[in-house]
Design a protein around this ligand. Structure first.
Ligand code: SF4
Ligand code: SF4
Length: 118
């Protein structure tokens, strides 16, 4: 599959539908911005640099940092503090994320178009 270009995406907030996992230390820095978003579900995870992760959404709700216009409140204020996972998505450790089929509208659209042309 060709590299996914988020700039060409017309539904950029679809990948924020269930929030993201954020390293606890990143979350502490984001909290200093005074935004409305909230962190949930603190849990240990050795894949995160601090050894802990927190989620940005409650259960299956949208990310608490998603604005009404469908933009990332953190990105708007300070891109450098946008969670690393969000900056990298739809890729994860250099590979396409396993969540891409359910979260990325561009991938879903490509799949639909392919089916129609078969
Ligand atoms: S990851 Fe997918 S849904 Fe999200 S902005 Fe990029 S192309 Fe759009
Ligand atoms: S932190 Fe920003 S980019 Fe990440 S899921 Fe939430 S709104 Fe989307």
């Amino acid at each position: 599959m060709k590299k996914i270009d988020c700039v060409k995406c017309e539904e950029q907030s679809s990948c924020c539908s269930f929030g993201a996992w954020v390293d606890l230390e990143e979350a502490k820095k984001i909290s200093t911005l005074g935004l409305k978003g909230i962190f949930y579900h603190l849990e240990p995870d050795k894949d995160f640099p601090s050894g802990y992760r927190v989620g940005t959404s409650y259960e299956d709700n949208s990310c608490s940092f998603l604005t009404l216009e469908g933009l990332c409140a953190i990105h708007k204020i300070d891109y450098s503090l946008k969670p690393a996972h969000c900056k990298e998505f739809p890729y994860e450790n250099g590979k396409l994320s396993p969540m891409v089929n359910s979260l990325c509208s561009l991938v879903k659209l490509k799949r639909k178009t392919k089916k129609k042309t078969r």
